[in-house]
Design a protein around this ligand. Structure first.
Ligand SMILES: NC(=O)c1ccc[n+]([C@@H]2O[C@H](COP(=O)([O-])OP(=O)(O)OC[C@H]3O[C@@H](n4cnc5c(N)ncnc54)[C@H](OP(=O)(O)O)[C@@H]3O)[C@@H](O)[C@H]2O)c1
Length: 285
């Protein structure tokens, strides 16, 4: 597999894939322009192949190709992942067009499969690669991501399964239509920032009611973590978990009334709708 972009997300994917034994490090070739970054990655993941550009990745693999398809003695990767900044996707596709990989997964925010397909098309008569686009989120960096994938015009179930398996190495994955990716951006893409805002407010609130900041932080973080795990592991609805900790005339009921009268529920609806709309605007530019 060819991985274009050895940045934060690129490294998270390498780490996840190796840890999950989806792949040996030596079956992945990372294309990364910065030499110091290539050295870091190669030393952290023994056996990982690194190259400064796509041409070097292919040429450098002729002696002892990684676990990819060897065609006529020349190595061809089984797929490529684009993990570069959105502004660099066009250049990455141009580099890939000559390699003729069968499938491409892009995690670049806001870049449509239609654009990627057109940038990957070369002038020859070889079939264009299948394109799958994903919207991951930052907890992927610690293996706790939430991502959605959507297939382009020629992506089949095999291509979606291949892309899902890669992203499952760093979290949970759902499949949606490409039109729904803006909504995914509004919910789980931007979602970690909403949760961090709640965390900040909880810590400040703890300080307000007399706790030290370190104590408030420890309690707030574990409250968020524990509540999310309870929701996940019990499979219960959030409304029923909330009702079960709200005793008549009690402290939680008093706290919840304050949240409802401040309009927290509708503020969250507005936040997700605003972020979705913004993703739509950015994608159409
Ligand atoms: N970080 C996240 O949690 C997150 C969440 C959702 C989506 N994403 C998306 O994931 C993508 C990668 O994000 P990131 O945070 O990993 O960014 P990053 O840390 O900046 O990594 C991008 C890497 O790709 C390199 N690069 C640029 N052009 C290249 C090319 N033509 N071929 C090969 N490598 C090239 C960059 O080098 P230069 O520095 O020279 O450009 C950089 O090392 C972005 O499109 C982002 O929108 C990230």
């Amino acid at each position: 597999m060819l991985l274009l972009g050895g940045g934060k997300m690129g490294e998270a994917l390498v780490g996840g894939l190796v840890a999950q034994a989806w792949s040996h490090a030596k079956a992945i070739t990372v294309v990364e322009p910065y030499e110091s970054r290539r050295k870091d990655l190669a030393s952290r993941y023994p056996g990982l192949r690194v190259a400064a550009n796509v041409g070097e990745a292919i040429d450098g693999a002729t002696d002892g190709a990684p676990d990819g398809a060897a065609l006529d003695g020349a190595w061809r990767p089984d797929g490529a992942v684009i993990a570069v900044k959105p502004a660099d996707v066009r250049a990455a596709c141009r580099d890939l067009a000559s390699v003729r990989v069968p499938r491409v997964l892009s995690i670049a925010a806001g870049v449509t499969t239609k654009s990627i397909e057109s940038w990957l098309a070369d002038d020859g008569d070889a079939p264009s690669p299948a394109v799958v686009r994903a919207m991951p989120n930052t907890p992927s960096l610690i293996g706790a991501g939430a991502a959605a994938i959507a297939g382009g015009t020629s992506a089949g179930n095999d291509d979606l399964a291949w892309a899902a398996a890669i992203l499952e190495a760093v979290g949970t994955v759902v499949t949606v239509s490409e039109a729904a990716l803006d909504a995914v951006t509004g919910l789980s893409g931007s979602g970690p920032a909403y949760v961090f805002l709640v965390a900040e407010a909880l810590i400040d609130a703890g300080v307000l009611v007399g706790l030290t900041r370190p104590v408030a932080r420890q309690l707030a973080v574990q409250t968020l973590l524990g509540s999310a795990r309870l929701l996940d592991e019990t499979g219960e609805e959030p409304s029923s978990l909330r009702a079960s900790v709200t005793s008549p005339g009690g402290t939680t009921a008093a706290g919840l009334r304050a949240l409802e009268s401040a309009g927290v529920r509708s503020a969250i609806l507005d936040a997700v709708a605003a972020a979705t709309e913004r993703a739509r605007q950015l994608g159409s530019q």
